[in-house]
Design a binder for this molecule. Structure first.
Ligand SMILES: [Zn+2]
Length: 199
């Protein structure tokens, strides 16, 4: 459609989540018209995030150091682990100020259609964290949709023989939705009203 480099940019932008062909074109032309200083700053931010941000070796959350801010905080209760799909879910739960335990970020949810199985998630790492018997409660805060429910059920069955209390966030969260889109009050209530998951 356009000269090589411009089309290249449009194609790359179009690969981003939520950016359709029209938006990709609009962003590309915005960048073409923008001040070179602004565009360089954006390019730098993109490179820097790939260069500097890594994943916490304990919980899998995004981190600026070997361990994330939460795992490094001695005031957090390490006897309770809240399992989420993505780092953005950690941010959503932290906003409620309802939870003082630690997290485990799976990196997605079980989804046979998308070819994501248990081995593709950080489940082995979770089991390793539970092995010493110090964890007393595992809160399954995967998304309230098909994949999230399947993942929660899978984990609950896996953990059952270990005798750890397994809970799931209370209903009230928009079904079929994404945890990160729930408002703070709803998510906070769902946390407070979490129930034992019996599998
Ligand atoms: Zn961490």
């Amino acid at each position: 459609m356009y000269e090589g480099v411009v089309q290249n940019l449009i194609d790359e932008l179009g690969l981003l989540p939520g950016v359709g062909p029209k938006s990709a074109q609009r962003i590309a032309f915005h960048l073409l018209a923008a001040d070179p200083v602004d565009v360089k700053r954006l390019a730098h931010a993109l490179l820097e995030v790939k260069d500097k941000v890594r994943f916490c070796r304990v919980c899998g959350n995004v981190a600026a150091e070997e361990e994330c801010r939460i795992c490094r905080d001695p005031r957090r209760d390490t006897h309770v682990i809240c399992v989420v799909e993505e780092s953005k879910d950690v941010v959503a739960i932290e906003r409620t100020r309802e939870f003082r335990g630690t997290y485990h970020v799976l990196g997605g949810a079980i989804s046979p259609i998308d070819g994501v199985g248990p081995d593709d998630l950080r489940i082995r790492e979770l089991m390793a964290r539970l092995a010493d018997g110090r964890v007393t409660e595992l809160i399954l805060a995967t998304d309230p949709n098909l994949e999230g429910e399947a993942t929660a059920t899978y984990l609950a069955r896996l953990v059952k023989p270990m005798g750890i209390k397994v809970t799931r966030l209370a209903s009230g969260l928009p079904v079929g939705g994404d945890l990160e889109y729930a408002d703070e009050v709803t998510l906070g209530r769902a946390f407070e009203g979490r129930r034992l998951l019996d599998v």
